[in-house]
Ligand binder design. Structure first.
Ligand code: ATP
Length: 295
C-alpha cells in the first residue's frame, strides 16, 4: 500500500556486525506528556472515537489517557516496544478485556457514536461487528466449512442451507482460500498449514459481515510467503472494512497501513500517515524506535 523506501534499521540484518546498543539521551518518561499525542490523532469521519482512555490491571496503569479517532475503511497499525499497551488498547475496541477480572477501562469509547462500554450493550453483537484475528491461528477442531459457518449460524444470518453455503464460499473467497479448500470443505481445519489456518480465521471473522477487523500480530506465527498472502488480503479487505493491526514488524506496518500509531509506556506518542511516521517522525521517541535505538 505504502512504498516506504526508508531503511528501518532494526529490521536490517547485518550478520557480520555486532549490534551496539545506543543509549537514549533522556529517559522516555521525561519527554512524554500524558494525554498529548503529536501528529494527527483525529479524523473527520471516525468509526471509533476514543477519548481519554485509561486501562488498569489492578492498580497498575497500562494505558494512560489516550485519545484517538479511527477512520472508516482505514487501516491503522499500532507499533511500539513490547509491553507498551498496543494489545491492551486494541482489546478495548471490542471489549475483549472484559474477560480479564482485574482489568478496568475508563474514558469514552464510541463506535459510530455509541458507547462501547454501555452496560446495556450486547457484547456478542459488538464482537460480530468488531471481529478479531489473533496472533496464533485458532481454528475450531471442526471442518473447514463449519469453522466459517459457525458465526452465521449462531447469529441467524442464513435461513437455508444454500444461503449458508453462499456465505461460506464468499468468505473463503475474500480470504483468498477458496481455490485451496473448495474440494475439501469437510476436512478438519486443524490439518491445514499455519498460513491457511490464519486465512481461515480471517474468513471466519468476516463471515458475520463485521464492520471492523482487529488483528493482533496476525503474521507473527507465519512464514514469509503466508505473511505476504495475509498482507495482500489486508489490502483487499480495507476496501470494505476498518482494520486495526498490532504488529512488531515496522516493515509490515509500512506495507499495509494508511496511518501508524506509536505507543510507548502506555502513552500514544505519535500518530500520523504511515509514510510520514517512517520518513519524518515528529517525536524523538518515534524516531528512536524506528531507527532501532530501542525496542
Ligand atoms: N492480563 C494481564 N494482567 C496484568 N497485566 C497485564 C495483563 N495483560 C497485559 N498486562 C500488562 O499491561 C502492559 C501492556 O501490555 P500489552 O500486552 O498490552 O502490551 P503490548 O504492547 O501489546 O506488548 P507485546 O508487544 O509484548 O505484545 C504490560 O505492562 C503488561 O505486563
Amino acid at each position: 500500500m505504502n512504498s516506504v523506501n526508508t531503511t528501518i534499521a532494526s529490521e536490517v540484518s547485518q550478520p557480520d556486525e555486532v549490534a551496539v546498543p545506543v543509549q537514549e539521551s533522556k529517559p522516555a518518561e521525561t519527554i512524554i506528556e500524558e494525554g498529548k499525542t503529536v501528529g494527527k490523532p483525529f479524523s473527520d469521519d471516525p468509526k471509533f472515537k476514543l477519548r481519554d482512555v485509561e486501562v488498569f490491571y489492578g492498580d497498575s496503569p497500562a494505558i494512560k489517557k489516550i485519545s484517538l479517532d479511527i477512520g472508516r475503511n482505514e487501516v491503522i497499525a499500532f507499533i511500539g516496544p513490547s509491553g507498551c499497551g498496543k494489545s491492551t488498547f486494541l482489546r478495548c475496541l471490542n471489549r475483549m478485556n472484559d474477560s480479564i477480572d482485574i482489568c478496568r477501562v475508563k474514558g469514552s469509547l464510541k463506535l459510530d457514536d455509541h458507547d462501547i462500554y454501555d452496560p446495556k450493550r450486547d457484547v456478542v453483537e459488538l464482537r460480530a461487528r468488531v471481529g478479531m484475528v489473533f496472533q496464533k491461528p485458532n481454528p475450531f477442531p471442526k471442518s473447514i466449512y463449519d469453522n466459517v459457518a459457525y458465526g452465521p449460524r449462531i447469529h441467524g444470518l442464513a435461513n437455508r442451507k444454500s444461503d449458508l453455503d453462499e456465505i461460506v464460499e464468499t468468505s473463503l473467497r475474500k480470504a483468498g482460500l477458496w481455490d485451496e479448500v473448495k474440494d475439501r470443505l469437510d476436512a478438519n481445519a486443524t490439518g491445514m498449514s499455519g498460513g491457511q489456518q490464519q486465512r481461515l480465521c480471517i474468513a471466519r471473522a468476516i463471515a458475520v459481515s463485521p464492520e471492523v477487523v482487529l488483528m493482533d500480530e496476525p503474521c507473527s506465527a507465519l512464514d514469509p510467503i503466508a505473511t505476504a498472502k495475509v498482507e495482500e488480503l489486508i489490502a483487499e479487505l480495507s476496501e470494505s472494512y476498518t482494520i486495526v493491526i498490532v504488529t512488531h514488524s515496522m516493515q509490515q506496518a509500512a506495507r499495509v497501513s494508511h496511518r501508524t500509531a506509536y505507543f510507548h509506556l502506555g502513552h500514544l506518542v505519535e500518530v500520523n500517515e504511515t509514510n510520514k511516521v517512517f520518513t519524518s517522525p515528529e517525536h524523538e521517541l518515534t524516531e528512536s524506535y524506528i531507527t532501532g535505538r530501542f525496542g
